[in-house]
Design a protein around this ligand. Structure first.
Ligand SMILES: Cc1cc2nc3c(=O)[nH]c(=O)nc-3n(C[C@H](O)[C@H](O)[C@H](O)COP(=O)(O)OP(=O)(O)OC[C@H]3O[C@@H](n4cnc5c(N)ncnc54)[C@H](O)[C@@H]3O)c2cc1C
Length: 186
């Protein structure tokens, strides 16, 4: 999840300037604009999941994934908290905040699901089924010798970028796989 805000020199005079005033504002405020982007964490919820589309297929006749998405209170409150903090930071810096107010509708401030390119957890890991697709090693419950070593088994979307965690989980999964293989379990 992600939200962005900032203040804008075009609002320096309390509204959009035009003509000569615009040029004066551009000179006066140039280099003084500050924007903030905030990344947050998303926890799993029952309304956010993917499944095989019952109708649509790709060019090879394989069913495509269908995504369902709903922000929960957890993410929406987080976004409002981010807005509030960013406004406080900008004010402390002597800036004027031109982003949405703290009381804004969080659904209008938060970016649409899928827009942040860090979405993970399509085949979530967990302690047991039916709430998860894989165990803690990324090994699927349904197929014993199938391990997911990508972003799919993430148990949540952290506020951090995913790639290093994907690598760490893949490493951990392979260590486990080797051990299980040596024991003759796979
Ligand atoms: C522009 C951009 C910038 C990013 N920057 C960062 C960054 O700076 N730091 C960071 O940590 N993360 C970053 N990310 C996120 C990171 O790249 C992803 O989280 C990560 O690549 C996900 O890995 P994955 O293996 O789960 O999925 P992917 O890397 O998406 O791999 C999925 C693979 O499955 C293949 N595939 C899909 N459908 C099928 C099918 N039906 N049959 C066969 N193959 C299929 C795809 O072709 C693809 O190769 C960025 C993402 C984007 C898009």
């Amino acid at each position: 999840m992600n939200t962005a805000t900032g203040f804008d020199w075009l609002h320096g005079r309390g509204g959009y300037a035009y003509g000569k005033a615009l040029k004066e504002d551009a000179r006066r405020y140039y280099g003084c604009r500050q924007g903030f982007g905030a990344q947050g964490t998303m926890v799993p919820n029952d309304d956010t999941f993917c499944e095989l589309d019952p109708k649509m297929k790709d060019q090879w006749g394989i069913p495509v994934l269908r995504f369902h998405w709903k922000w929960s209170d957890f993410e929406l409150r987080q976004v409002l908290h981010q807005q509030k903090l960013i406004a406080e930071l900008l004010s402390a810096m002597g800036g004027k905040f031109s982003g949405p107010p703290e009381t804004a509708d969080a659904l209008k401030v938060i970016r649409a699901g899928g827009a942040v390119i860090h979405e993970v957890g399509g085949a979530i890991m967990g302690e047991r089924r039916p709430n998860s697709v894989t165990n803690r090693w990324g090994q699927t419950w349904d197929v014993k010798n199938l391990f997911m070593a990508d972003g799919a088994p993430f148990a949540s979307t952290a506020d951090k970028n995913p790639t290093l965690t994907i690598m760490a989980l893949a490493w951990r999964a392979v260590d486990h796989l080797i051990e299980e293989r040596q024991k003759g379990n796979l």
